[in-house]
Design a protein around this ligand. Structure first.
Ligand code: NI
Length: 174
């Protein structure tokens, strides 16, 4: 297992629509294990494959006491409610903003053994699922902000870059 290097906003791989996984192979299990290591190392609660430079539809999430879960080719099949909460992103270190999301989602995917799984996610888990599937579609959370706020953040990034070790950690980063 290994900690992989994280791609930051501005890297073109984060803007690609990731390709579906055609076949779950042992190599994919290694990638998933490395993604979990990378997520923990970065103190994140979710990580999508494009964030480590792999344009495939895979993400991992930390489910607290329930452990970690890998989702391959995930699809949201149902959603409901609205929430607006602060989010961060491992590919946008030090940037936090309130993002509107569905309150709950039902998601179908394969696990890293190629077995189908489907579950309903609420609260933080629902936020992770939506944020990571956005990454698989080349969408970053700042794209979901009002234009004025998004432009302010983009200008700040152009001027100051990213903090290597963000001092402020308002919310979980995904
Ligand atoms: Ni993210």
């Amino acid at each position: 297992m290994a900690v992989l290097s994280l791609r930051h906003y501005g890297d073109p791989v984060l803007r690609q629509v990731a390709a579906p996984v055609a076949l779950v192979t042992p190599d994919l299990k290694t990638l998933v294990a490395d993604m979990v290591d990378t997520m923990w190392h970065a103190v994140g609660v979710g990580l999508a494959a494009p964030q480590v430079g792999v344009s495939l539809r895979i993400f991992v999430m930390d489910r607290g006491k329930a452990g970690t879960r890998a989702l391959v080719n995930p699809v949201i099949t149902e959603r409901g409610g609205h929430i607006k909460e602060e989010e961060g992103c491992l590919s946008l270190p030090g940037i936090f903003a309130e993002v509107e999301r569905s309150e709950w989602v039902r998601v179908s995917a394969l696990d890293d053994d190629g077995q189908p799984q489907s579950f309903e996610a609420h609260g933080l888990e629902a936020k992770i699922v939506q944020h990571e599937i956005d990454h698989l579609d080349g969408v970053m959370f700042i794209d979901r902000l009002p234009p004025v706020m998004r432009d302010r953040i983009k200008k700040r990034i152009q001027k100051e870059g990213f903090e290597e070790r963000p001092r402020r950690r308002h919310a979980f980063a995904l």
